[in-house]
Write a protein that binds this ligand. Structure first.
Ligand SMILES: [Mn+2]
Length: 427
């Protein structure tokens, strides 16, 4: 397997930190033991956890105002896979990549060979009917899968079927569909007819799914349509998944809700309905800001994971986890490494919740002790668990420090020219 970062450098970086880590881990282990928690069992679960990297995340993002390119940005999907391999090598928490079609179009055999050489797998495929591509026959300006014109809907269906075929050749097992369809003016679109047209088109996509695939639909409250969107909220999303069939599930992008919406409760509802498909993790302050995961609301991320850990072991419960965020002012590799660690941290903290005690406090209506039970887990600094799990898997105790010491960005900047204008795009 090809290592993007010199393994001797990673070992040297780790050697400087290993003794302190051992002390910190033993101290935390003793404290957790007093709470009846086996630190090694938590570490084993953390070590088996993974979150997928979106291929578009390793490029610098932008806003509708501007995009300021970074140094050494990936030129194509093969560069993107190399950047993803850096993230996986140092964090050992991101074993797979989620591709986007057509941005990542390349011969399947070449993609497979490159990913295998780098030790990466492929997560969900992502279709794109929110942009027009060069040479495309019909425009998506007024919608795609819900368009009033049957020929435009058919074109969008065909594109999704093509994504399935590409994913099949790569070993992917899921298709994620997010559409930009909606309206900008009251009266512009018939809410019901648009949703009916969408469901009819999606049934054709669903019919093209291989037996062992899942279909994820992603709701989004607004943007690019600013008055209404066809799959606006988790209610519309759940209606979609229930209408399509057992292979259809809802995907929750944390940024796609109104401020202050109780996302962890949406997660619980979708779990109860057996329709939680997975996540796009990111964070936001005002809207769909696509900020780095846990940059703003780490407690909310913990509360989402609290629901996920509580649901572990339910039959068929296997939500897909992926990051989906835009990096405008940081090195995308650094942001994605930190975000992958934040997601893993929230998982580890959620594993520490004393669920028997919590259930007891809930039964007794002891609100103070119930919420304190969650806070006790959230307040625990689990970094020694994460760091030791990384090191034991061959990763870095401090991934950002190792990455900076490697000079990777400077090296690739020498062979990858700056890309002006082009946007990575965020879904
Ligand atoms: Mn998303």
């Amino acid at each position: 397997m090809t290592s993007m970062i010199d393994t001797a450098l990673v070992e040297a970086e780790n050697a400087r930190r290993a003794a302190d880590l051992k002390d910190d881990y033993e101290s935390l282990g003793a404290r957790l033991a007093r709470r009846g928690v086996d630190i090694n069992a938590v570490k084993a679960k953390v070590a088996s956890y993974g979150v997928a990297i979106p291929s578009w995340g390793v490029g610098t993002g932008g806003t509708r105002f501007a995009r300021f390119p970074g140094d050494g940005e990936p030129r194509h999907v093969f560069d993107k896979l190399e950047d993803c391999a850096v993230i996986q090598q140092l964090t050992r928490a991101t074993p797979s990549v989620s591709l986007h079609i057509p941005w990542d179009k390349a011969p399947a055999a070449d993609l497979k060979a490159k990913a295998e050489a780098l030790g990466l797998g492929f997560d969900a495929m992502n279709s794109n009917t929110f942009q027009d591509q060069p040479g495309q026959a019909l425009s998506y300006k007024y919608g795609s899968l819900s368009h009033t014109d049957p020929a435009t809907r058919a074109q969008a269906v065909d594109h999704n079927l093509e994504c399935i075929e590409i994913g099949r050749a790569l070993g992917s097992k899921a298709l994620t569909v997010w559409i930009g369809d909606g309206s900008n003016f009251p009266g512009q679109s018939d809410f019901t007819r648009a949703f009916e047209r969408y469901l009819e088109a999606m049934a054709k996509v669903y019919a093209g799914l291989p037996e062992d695939w899942r279909l994820f639909t992603e709701h989004k409250m607004y943007e690019p349509a600013f008055y209404s969107t066809v799959i606006q909220d988790w209610g519309s999303n759940l209606m979609t998944a229930q209408a399509l069939g057992p292979k259809a599930y809802c995907l929750v992008d944390l940024g796609h809700h109104a401020p202050n919406v109780n996302i962890e409760m949406i997660v619980a509802r979708l779990i109860q309905a057996g329709k939680l498909g997975g996540f796009h993790f990111n964070d936001s302050k005002y809207g769909d800001d696509d900020l780095d995961t846990a940059a703003i609301a780490p407690y909310r991320l913990f509360l989402v994971f609290n629901e996920l850990v509580a649901a572990e072991g339910r039959p068929g419960f296997a939500p897909a986890h992926m990051l989906d965020q835009s990096h405008n002012v940081t090195d995308p590799i650094e942001s994605l490494m930190v975000s992958a660690m934040e997601v893993t941290r929230a998982y580890a903290q959620a594993l520490l919740v004393d669920r028997a005690a919590l259930a007891g406090f809930q039964e007794e209506n002891d609100a103070l002790m119930a919420t304190g039970t969650l806070k006790e887990a959230f307040r625990t600094d689990v970094e020694p668990i994460l760091a030791l799990a990384r090191m034991e898997a061959g990763g870095a105790i401090d991934p950002v420090a190792a990455y900076r010491a490697s000079g990777y960005r400077g090296k690739v900047a020498g062979i990858r020219p700056k890309v002006q204008g082009a946007s990575g795009g965020i879904v």
